[in-house]
Design a protein around this ligand. Structure first.
Ligand SMILES: Nc1ncnc2c1ncn2[C@@H]1O[C@H](COP(=O)(O)OP(=O)(O)O)[C@@H](O)[C@H]1O
Ligand SMILES: [Mg+2]
Length: 376
Protein backbone atom coordinates (compact mmCIF):
# COMPACT_ATOMS: atom_id res chain seq x y z
CA UNK A 1 0.00 0.00 0.00
CA UNK A 2 1.48 3.28 -1.11
CA UNK A 3 0.20 6.74 -1.79
CA UNK A 4 1.08 7.68 -5.36
CA UNK A 5 -0.49 11.11 -5.38
CA UNK A 6 -1.73 13.40 -2.63
CA UNK A 7 -3.63 16.63 -3.19
CA UNK A 8 -4.67 19.12 -0.51
CA UNK A 9 -7.11 21.92 -1.02
CA UNK A 10 -7.66 24.64 1.58
CA UNK A 11 -6.32 22.30 4.25
CA UNK A 12 -4.57 24.19 7.12
CA UNK A 13 -1.99 26.45 5.46
CA UNK A 14 -2.07 24.53 2.15
CA UNK A 15 -4.15 26.30 -0.46
CA UNK A 16 -3.43 23.89 -3.28
CA UNK A 17 -0.62 21.40 -2.73
CA UNK A 18 0.00 18.33 -4.83
CA UNK A 19 2.64 15.65 -4.23
CA UNK A 20 3.34 13.23 -7.06
CA UNK A 21 4.98 10.19 -5.46
CA UNK A 22 7.03 7.44 -6.99
CA UNK A 23 6.57 4.82 -4.29
CA UNK A 24 9.69 5.48 -2.21
CA UNK A 25 9.56 6.81 1.33
CA UNK A 26 8.75 10.50 1.57
CA UNK A 27 10.83 13.17 3.34
CA UNK A 28 9.46 16.63 3.93
CA UNK A 29 11.81 19.37 5.04
CA UNK A 30 11.45 23.07 5.59
CA UNK A 31 11.32 25.84 8.18
CA UNK A 32 9.21 25.80 11.32
CA UNK A 33 5.61 26.52 10.46
CA UNK A 34 6.08 25.72 6.76
CA UNK A 35 3.32 23.11 6.74
CA UNK A 36 5.15 19.77 7.13
CA UNK A 37 3.11 18.41 10.01
CA UNK A 38 -0.01 19.67 8.25
CA UNK A 39 0.87 17.36 5.37
CA UNK A 40 1.27 14.37 7.68
CA UNK A 41 -2.00 15.32 9.31
CA UNK A 42 -3.61 15.27 5.87
CA UNK A 43 -2.32 11.74 5.32
CA UNK A 44 -3.62 10.70 8.75
CA UNK A 45 -7.06 12.06 7.84
CA UNK A 46 -7.32 9.54 5.02
CA UNK A 47 -7.87 6.85 7.63
CA UNK A 48 -10.57 6.64 10.28
CA UNK A 49 -10.91 9.10 13.15
CA UNK A 50 -9.74 12.63 13.64
CA UNK A 51 -6.16 12.33 12.52
CA UNK A 52 -2.88 12.89 14.28
CA UNK A 53 -3.78 16.17 15.94
CA UNK A 54 -7.26 14.98 16.92
CA UNK A 55 -8.45 18.38 15.72
CA UNK A 56 -12.04 19.42 15.17
CA UNK A 57 -12.82 19.24 11.46
CA UNK A 58 -13.63 22.95 11.00
CA UNK A 59 -10.22 23.87 12.48
CA UNK A 60 -8.63 22.35 9.39
CA UNK A 61 -10.22 24.85 7.03
CA UNK A 62 -7.59 27.20 5.65
CA UNK A 63 -7.70 30.65 7.16
CA UNK A 64 -5.82 33.66 5.97
CA UNK A 65 -6.61 36.63 8.15
CA UNK A 66 -10.29 37.32 7.64
CA UNK A 67 -10.31 35.21 4.51
CA UNK A 68 -11.60 31.76 5.38
CA UNK A 69 -12.16 29.02 2.83
CA UNK A 70 -15.57 27.33 2.93
CA UNK A 71 -14.29 23.79 3.38
CA UNK A 72 -11.27 21.58 2.80
CA UNK A 73 -10.65 18.59 0.58
CA UNK A 74 -8.06 15.85 0.33
CA UNK A 75 -7.61 13.46 -2.52
CA UNK A 76 -5.21 10.55 -2.60
CA UNK A 77 -4.42 7.92 -5.15
CA UNK A 78 -3.18 4.75 -3.53
CA UNK A 79 -1.58 1.72 -5.04
CA UNK A 80 -3.34 -1.22 -3.44
CA UNK A 81 -1.32 -4.20 -4.53
CA UNK A 82 -1.26 -3.04 -8.17
CA UNK A 83 -4.75 -1.60 -8.05
CA UNK A 84 -5.14 2.16 -8.30
CA UNK A 85 -7.75 3.47 -5.89
CA UNK A 86 -8.84 6.98 -5.10
CA UNK A 87 -9.76 8.25 -1.67
CA UNK A 88 -11.42 11.61 -1.18
CA UNK A 89 -12.07 13.17 2.21
CA UNK A 90 -13.47 16.57 2.79
CA UNK A 91 -15.53 18.91 4.84
CA UNK A 92 -18.58 20.17 3.02
CA UNK A 93 -21.21 22.67 4.00
CA UNK A 94 -24.76 21.42 4.21
CA UNK A 95 -27.70 23.61 3.12
CA UNK A 96 -28.68 24.19 6.77
CA UNK A 97 -25.39 25.96 7.41
CA UNK A 98 -23.57 23.13 9.13
CA UNK A 99 -20.59 21.16 7.88
CA UNK A 100 -19.98 17.46 7.61
CA UNK A 101 -17.20 15.08 6.74
CA UNK A 102 -17.56 13.29 3.44
CA UNK A 103 -15.48 10.28 2.50
CA UNK A 104 -15.41 8.50 -0.83
CA UNK A 105 -13.56 5.54 -2.21
CA UNK A 106 -13.46 5.34 -5.99
CA UNK A 107 -16.23 7.96 -6.08
CA UNK A 108 -18.64 5.98 -3.83
CA UNK A 109 -19.38 6.81 -0.17
CA UNK A 110 -17.24 4.79 2.23
CA UNK A 111 -17.44 4.12 5.97
CA UNK A 112 -14.68 4.77 8.47
CA UNK A 113 -14.25 1.05 9.08
CA UNK A 114 -13.85 0.35 5.36
CA UNK A 115 -11.22 3.07 5.13
CA UNK A 116 -9.47 1.58 8.13
CA UNK A 117 -9.44 -1.79 6.39
CA UNK A 118 -7.77 -0.25 3.37
CA UNK A 119 -5.26 2.04 5.08
CA UNK A 120 -3.36 0.96 8.17
CA UNK A 121 -1.76 4.13 9.44
CA UNK A 122 0.52 4.46 12.45
CA UNK A 123 2.22 7.64 13.54
CA UNK A 124 4.69 9.10 15.94
CA UNK A 125 4.53 12.78 16.81
CA UNK A 126 6.46 14.97 19.25
CA UNK A 127 3.34 15.24 21.41
CA UNK A 128 3.70 11.52 22.20
CA UNK A 129 7.07 12.11 23.84
CA UNK A 130 5.41 12.35 27.25
CA UNK A 131 3.09 9.40 26.79
CA UNK A 132 4.91 7.15 29.28
CA UNK A 133 5.11 9.82 31.97
CA UNK A 134 1.64 11.24 31.43
CA UNK A 135 -1.82 10.08 32.55
CA UNK A 136 -3.16 6.59 31.78
CA UNK A 137 -5.69 8.05 29.35
CA UNK A 138 -2.90 9.18 27.03
CA UNK A 139 -1.35 5.71 26.96
CA UNK A 140 -4.75 4.14 26.39
CA UNK A 141 -5.34 6.46 23.43
CA UNK A 142 -1.86 5.76 22.10
CA UNK A 143 -2.37 2.02 22.39
CA UNK A 144 -5.89 2.07 20.96
CA UNK A 145 -4.45 3.77 17.88
CA UNK A 146 -2.07 0.85 17.46
CA UNK A 147 -4.94 -1.58 18.00
CA UNK A 148 -7.07 0.18 15.39
CA UNK A 149 -4.44 -0.55 12.76
CA UNK A 150 -4.75 -4.26 13.60
CA UNK A 151 -8.49 -4.38 14.07
CA UNK A 152 -10.45 -1.69 12.20
CA UNK A 153 -13.77 -2.51 13.98
CA UNK A 154 -12.07 -1.49 17.24
CA UNK A 155 -12.94 2.13 16.45
CA UNK A 156 -16.63 1.46 16.23
CA UNK A 157 -16.64 -0.67 19.40
CA UNK A 158 -14.84 2.10 21.27
CA UNK A 159 -17.23 4.83 20.14
CA UNK A 160 -20.30 2.68 20.91
CA UNK A 161 -18.83 1.97 24.32
CA UNK A 162 -18.15 5.66 25.03
CA UNK A 163 -21.68 6.56 24.04
CA UNK A 164 -23.30 3.90 26.23
CA UNK A 165 -21.08 4.92 29.13
CA UNK A 166 -22.08 8.55 28.87
CA UNK A 167 -25.72 7.46 28.97
CA UNK A 168 -25.10 5.22 31.97
CA UNK A 169 -23.27 8.02 33.77
CA UNK A 170 -26.23 10.30 33.16
CA UNK A 171 -28.55 7.62 34.51
CA UNK A 172 -26.45 7.36 37.69
CA UNK A 173 -27.50 10.92 38.47
CA UNK A 174 -31.18 9.98 38.50
CA UNK A 175 -32.17 8.60 41.91
CA UNK A 176 -35.22 6.73 40.63
CA UNK A 177 -33.83 5.27 37.42
CA UNK A 178 -35.32 1.85 36.71
CA UNK A 179 -32.92 -1.05 36.84
CA UNK A 180 -34.13 -2.21 33.41
CA UNK A 181 -32.66 0.98 31.95
CA UNK A 182 -29.34 0.19 33.54
CA UNK A 183 -29.46 -3.36 32.31
CA UNK A 184 -30.01 -2.24 28.71
CA UNK A 185 -27.09 0.18 28.76
CA UNK A 186 -24.86 -2.26 30.59
CA UNK A 187 -25.54 -4.91 27.97
CA UNK A 188 -24.34 -2.47 25.30
CA UNK A 189 -21.31 -1.53 27.38
CA UNK A 190 -20.42 -5.18 27.92
CA UNK A 191 -20.92 -6.13 24.28
CA UNK A 192 -18.63 -3.39 22.99
CA UNK A 193 -16.26 -3.40 25.95
CA UNK A 194 -15.58 -7.11 25.54
CA UNK A 195 -14.66 -6.53 21.90
CA UNK A 196 -12.31 -3.73 22.97
CA UNK A 197 -10.59 -5.87 25.59
CA UNK A 198 -10.30 -8.76 23.18
CA UNK A 199 -8.86 -6.61 20.36
CA UNK A 200 -6.39 -5.01 22.73
CA UNK A 201 -5.18 -8.33 24.09
CA UNK A 202 -4.69 -9.70 20.59
CA UNK A 203 -2.88 -6.60 19.30
CA UNK A 204 -0.67 -6.61 22.38
CA UNK A 205 0.33 -10.20 21.73
CA UNK A 206 1.24 -9.41 18.11
CA UNK A 207 3.08 -6.25 19.06
CA UNK A 208 5.06 -7.97 21.81
CA UNK A 209 6.00 -10.79 19.43
CA UNK A 210 7.23 -8.24 16.89
CA UNK A 211 9.24 -6.46 19.59
CA UNK A 212 10.79 -9.73 20.72
CA UNK A 213 11.78 -10.53 17.14
CA UNK A 214 13.60 -7.21 16.69
CA UNK A 215 17.36 -7.22 16.71
CA UNK A 216 18.97 -5.56 19.72
CA UNK A 217 20.09 -2.16 18.64
CA UNK A 218 19.60 1.52 19.12
CA UNK A 219 15.87 1.25 19.75
CA UNK A 220 15.50 -0.77 22.94
CA UNK A 221 12.94 -3.48 23.44
CA UNK A 222 9.94 -2.89 25.63
CA UNK A 223 7.95 -5.29 27.74
CA UNK A 224 4.29 -4.44 27.52
CA UNK A 225 1.36 -5.34 29.72
CA UNK A 226 -2.25 -4.29 29.88
CA UNK A 227 -3.44 -3.40 33.35
CA UNK A 228 -7.14 -4.15 33.18
CA UNK A 229 -9.19 -7.12 34.40
CA UNK A 230 -10.99 -7.75 31.11
CA UNK A 231 -7.87 -7.61 28.95
CA UNK A 232 -6.36 -10.05 31.44
CA UNK A 233 -9.29 -12.41 30.96
CA UNK A 234 -8.77 -12.24 27.20
CA UNK A 235 -5.07 -12.95 27.62
CA UNK A 236 -5.88 -15.95 29.76
CA UNK A 237 -8.01 -17.39 26.98
CA UNK A 238 -11.52 -16.37 28.03
CA UNK A 239 -14.03 -16.23 25.19
CA UNK A 240 -15.70 -13.03 24.07
CA UNK A 241 -18.97 -14.24 25.62
CA UNK A 242 -17.29 -14.90 28.97
CA UNK A 243 -15.70 -11.46 29.05
CA UNK A 244 -19.00 -9.89 28.11
CA UNK A 245 -20.81 -11.68 30.91
CA UNK A 246 -18.19 -10.77 33.50
CA UNK A 247 -18.37 -7.15 32.43
CA UNK A 248 -22.17 -7.02 32.57
CA UNK A 249 -22.18 -8.60 36.04
CA UNK A 250 -19.46 -6.23 37.26
CA UNK A 251 -21.48 -3.25 36.08
CA UNK A 252 -24.72 -4.48 37.67
CA UNK A 253 -22.94 -5.18 40.97
CA UNK A 254 -21.23 -1.80 40.87
CA UNK A 255 -24.29 0.41 40.45
CA UNK A 256 -24.39 1.68 44.05
CA UNK A 257 -20.65 2.34 44.10
CA UNK A 258 -20.79 4.06 40.70
CA UNK A 259 -23.74 6.16 41.80
CA UNK A 260 -21.74 7.38 44.77
CA UNK A 261 -18.77 8.16 42.53
CA UNK A 262 -20.94 9.75 39.84
CA UNK A 263 -19.28 7.70 37.10
CA UNK A 264 -18.57 4.18 35.88
CA UNK A 265 -15.57 2.77 37.72
CA UNK A 266 -14.95 -0.54 35.97
CA UNK A 267 -14.36 -1.34 32.35
CA UNK A 268 -11.84 -1.03 29.55
CA UNK A 269 -12.01 2.77 29.77
CA UNK A 270 -9.86 2.41 32.91
CA UNK A 271 -7.16 0.17 31.44
CA UNK A 272 -3.53 1.29 31.47
CA UNK A 273 -0.66 0.21 29.25
CA UNK A 274 2.41 -0.68 31.30
CA UNK A 275 5.72 -0.31 29.52
CA UNK A 276 9.12 -1.49 30.77
CA UNK A 277 12.49 -0.68 29.23
CA UNK A 278 13.75 -4.25 28.94
CA UNK A 279 17.53 -3.77 28.94
CA UNK A 280 17.32 -1.43 31.93
CA UNK A 281 14.52 -3.31 33.68
CA UNK A 282 13.03 0.09 34.41
CA UNK A 283 9.51 1.46 34.02
CA UNK A 284 9.41 3.64 30.91
CA UNK A 285 8.18 6.59 32.95
CA UNK A 286 11.44 6.57 34.87
CA UNK A 287 13.66 6.53 31.78
CA UNK A 288 15.32 9.64 30.41
CA UNK A 289 13.53 11.63 27.73
CA UNK A 290 15.91 10.30 25.10
CA UNK A 291 15.40 6.72 26.25
CA UNK A 292 11.63 7.14 26.18
CA UNK A 293 11.85 8.47 22.63
CA UNK A 294 14.01 5.53 21.53
CA UNK A 295 11.53 3.12 23.17
CA UNK A 296 8.66 4.78 21.34
CA UNK A 297 10.42 4.56 17.98
CA UNK A 298 11.11 0.88 18.64
CA UNK A 299 7.46 0.34 19.50
CA UNK A 300 6.17 2.02 16.39
CA UNK A 301 8.62 0.18 14.15
CA UNK A 302 7.62 -3.10 15.78
CA UNK A 303 3.97 -2.35 15.26
CA UNK A 304 4.53 -1.57 11.59
CA UNK A 305 6.32 -4.91 11.32
CA UNK A 306 3.53 -6.69 13.20
CA UNK A 307 1.01 -5.21 10.77
CA UNK A 308 3.02 -6.39 7.79
CA UNK A 309 2.98 -9.90 9.15
CA UNK A 310 -0.70 -9.90 10.06
CA UNK A 311 -3.13 -11.87 7.86
CA UNK A 312 -3.95 -10.01 4.66
CA UNK A 313 -3.61 -6.51 6.02
CA UNK A 314 -2.16 -4.02 3.57
CA UNK A 315 1.27 -2.52 4.21
CA UNK A 316 1.11 0.24 6.76
CA UNK A 317 1.73 3.91 6.24
CA UNK A 318 4.14 5.17 8.86
CA UNK A 319 4.07 8.86 9.75
CA UNK A 320 7.12 10.01 11.69
CA UNK A 321 6.92 13.67 12.63
CA UNK A 322 10.26 15.16 13.68
CA UNK A 323 11.48 11.72 14.69
CA UNK A 324 14.97 12.23 13.27
CA UNK A 325 15.67 15.60 14.83
CA UNK A 326 16.81 14.40 18.23
CA UNK A 327 18.67 11.30 17.12
CA UNK A 328 22.43 11.28 16.73
CA UNK A 329 23.70 10.40 13.26
CA UNK A 330 24.24 6.68 14.03
CA UNK A 331 20.70 6.29 15.33
CA UNK A 332 19.34 8.21 12.38
CA UNK A 333 21.13 5.90 9.97
CA UNK A 334 19.83 2.89 11.90
CA UNK A 335 16.28 4.22 11.68
CA UNK A 336 16.54 4.73 7.93
CA UNK A 337 18.00 1.27 7.41
CA UNK A 338 15.11 -0.23 9.36
CA UNK A 339 12.57 1.75 7.38
CA UNK A 340 14.18 0.74 4.09
CA UNK A 341 14.01 -2.91 5.15
CA UNK A 342 10.46 -2.63 6.43
CA UNK A 343 8.54 -1.91 3.25
CA UNK A 344 5.34 0.08 3.40
CA UNK A 345 5.61 3.81 2.99
CA UNK A 346 7.14 6.05 5.61
CA UNK A 347 6.62 9.79 5.73
CA UNK A 348 9.21 11.77 7.65
CA UNK A 349 9.58 15.44 8.49
CA UNK A 350 12.53 17.54 9.61
CA UNK A 351 13.64 21.14 9.49
CA UNK A 352 16.85 20.48 7.62
CA UNK A 353 17.37 18.51 4.38
CA UNK A 354 20.71 17.24 5.72
CA UNK A 355 18.83 15.21 8.37
CA UNK A 356 17.90 12.81 5.60
CA UNK A 357 21.34 12.44 4.00
CA UNK A 358 21.84 8.92 5.32
CA UNK A 359 18.67 7.89 3.48
CA UNK A 360 20.53 8.40 0.17
CA UNK A 361 18.25 7.78 -2.78
CA UNK A 362 15.88 5.57 -0.83
CA UNK A 363 13.47 8.48 -0.41
CA UNK A 364 11.78 11.15 -2.38
CA UNK A 365 12.28 14.64 -0.94
CA UNK A 366 10.10 17.71 -0.91
CA UNK A 367 10.89 21.14 0.36
CA UNK A 368 7.89 22.68 2.07
CA UNK A 369 7.71 26.47 2.00
CA UNK A 370 4.76 28.42 3.38
CA UNK A 371 2.13 25.86 2.50
CA UNK A 372 3.50 24.71 -0.81
CA UNK A 373 5.71 21.77 -1.82
CA UNK A 374 8.60 21.57 -4.23
CA UNK A 375 10.13 18.26 -5.29
CA UNK A 376 13.92 18.35 -4.92
N1 LIG B 1 -6.67 26.34 9.59
C1 LIG B 1 -5.49 26.90 9.27
N2 LIG B 1 -5.43 27.79 8.25
C2 LIG B 1 -4.25 28.37 7.90
N3 LIG B 1 -3.09 28.11 8.53
C3 LIG B 1 -3.10 27.22 9.53
C4 LIG B 1 -4.30 26.57 9.95
N4 LIG B 1 -4.01 25.76 10.99
C5 LIG B 1 -2.68 25.88 11.19
N5 LIG B 1 -2.13 26.77 10.33
C6 LIG B 1 -0.74 27.20 10.22
O1 LIG B 1 0.08 26.13 9.81
C7 LIG B 1 1.38 26.38 10.31
C8 LIG B 1 1.91 25.15 11.02
O2 LIG B 1 2.15 24.22 10.11
P1 LIG B 1 2.89 22.90 10.54
O3 LIG B 1 2.61 21.93 9.48
O4 LIG B 1 2.58 22.54 11.94
O5 LIG B 1 4.40 23.42 10.48
P2 LIG B 1 5.73 22.57 10.45
O6 LIG B 1 6.27 22.70 9.06
O7 LIG B 1 6.61 23.26 11.44
O8 LIG B 1 5.40 21.18 10.83
C9 LIG B 1 1.31 27.49 11.31
O9 LIG B 1 1.86 28.64 10.75
C10 LIG B 1 -0.16 27.61 11.56
O10 LIG B 1 -0.52 28.90 11.87
MG1 LIG C 1 5.85 20.17 12.53
Amino acid sequence: MRITRLALQDFRNHKETVLELDGRHVCLFGANGAGKTNLLEAVSMLGPGKGLRAAALPALVRMNGDDKASGWALSANVDDDGLNRRIQIGLENTPDGRSKRVAKLDDAPVSQTELAELLRIVWLTPSMDRVFAGPAGDRRKFFDRQVLAHAPPHGRAASNYEKAMRERNALLEQPNAASAWFAGLEARLAENGAVMAYNRARALRRLQAAIDARPDGYFPKADLALDGPFERMAQEGASLAEIQQAMAEGLADGRARDRAAGRTLTGPHRTDLLVMHRPKKLAAAQCSTGEQKALLIGLILANAKALLEGDFAPNPLLLLDEAAAHLDSDRRAALYDELAALGGQAWLTGTDAALFDAFDDRTQRFEIVEGSARSV
